[in-house]
Design a protein around this ligand. Structure first.
Ligand code: SF4
Length: 231
């Protein structure tokens, strides 16, 4: 738990903004295809990043960056998250939160306090398969609550689906598409297998760029804005 890493600047992770990335350790899922397994399986191998040092680093970069991306791991597990985001906002930074969407109350509170400007919610597979993403219980109704909540928030929202073979196919896009139908932005992403949590997932033959585009076209039947990433 807590802040475990910091990356200077990137144009890739916060659409339209130059942002720094901050990584939180720990997660309430253990997705076999997770691309940050060390942060999930053994976050304590990394010392906590000192917040004052981080704020100083961000302050030094402030002339060059617009915002900060909060990623992980799953940042919403940290009870201090709101306080930390308040410190980032005090620097004048816009905040993007990357989340698996399983903490609707936390997200609602952060949004209510104007601590997030952009919310990116992962849709990993169909809801009925979420219990396969963790050894412990998974309350997928929380994700559905977050999806419902996000439609009411006055912030930018992006849904993201990484197209992992065996977990995401046309039926997955159809399921979530029907749920999202309307004005949503949906990023359809290629899976990069090399750093996956589960060794079997590292050997998966990823979808071709053509298949990814087909899935994106299918997503485009449901939502107004589709982003294709990683192909
Ligand atoms: S992919 Fe995301 S939700 Fe899944 S284990 Fe990794 S950090 Fe957690």
């Amino acid at each position: 738990m807590g802040i475990k890493g910091f990356q200077g600047t990137s144009l890739l992770d916060f659409p339209g903004r130059l942002a720094s990335l901050v990584f939180w350790g720990g997660c309430n899922l253990t997705c076999p295809f997770c691309h940050n397994p060390q942060l999930v399986l053994d976050p304590e191998q990394y010392p906590d990043y000192d917040l004052e040092t981080l704020l100083s680093d961000l302050g030094n970069r402030r002339p060059f960056i617009d915002g900060v991306v909060i990623s992980g791991g799953e940042p919403t597990l940290d009870p201090q998250l709101g306080d930390v985001l308040g410190r980032f906002k005090a620097l004048g930074l816009v905040v993007k939160l990357d989340t698996n969407g399983l903490a609707p109350k936390v997200i609602a509170e952060l949004a209510d306090k104007n601590l997030i400007d952009y919310l990116a919610i992962d849709l990993k597979t169909v809801p009925e398969r979420y219990p396969e993403l963790h050894g412990g219980p998974v309350n997928v109704d929380c994700l559905l609550d977050t999806v419902g909540l996000s439609a009411t928030l006055n912030i930018e929202v992006e849904y993201r689906t990484t197209c992992v073979p065996g977990w995401v196919d046309e039926a997955t896009i159809d399921w979530w598409g029907a749920k999202l139908a309307g004005t949503a932005t949906w990023a359809i992403q290629q899976f990069h297998a090399e750093h996956a949590l589960d060794p079997q997932s590292r050997r998966v033959e990823v979808y071709s760029p053509g298949r990814i585009r087909q899935l994106a076209n299918l997503a485009g039947r449901y939502v107004t804005d589709v982003i294709v990433r990683g192909v």
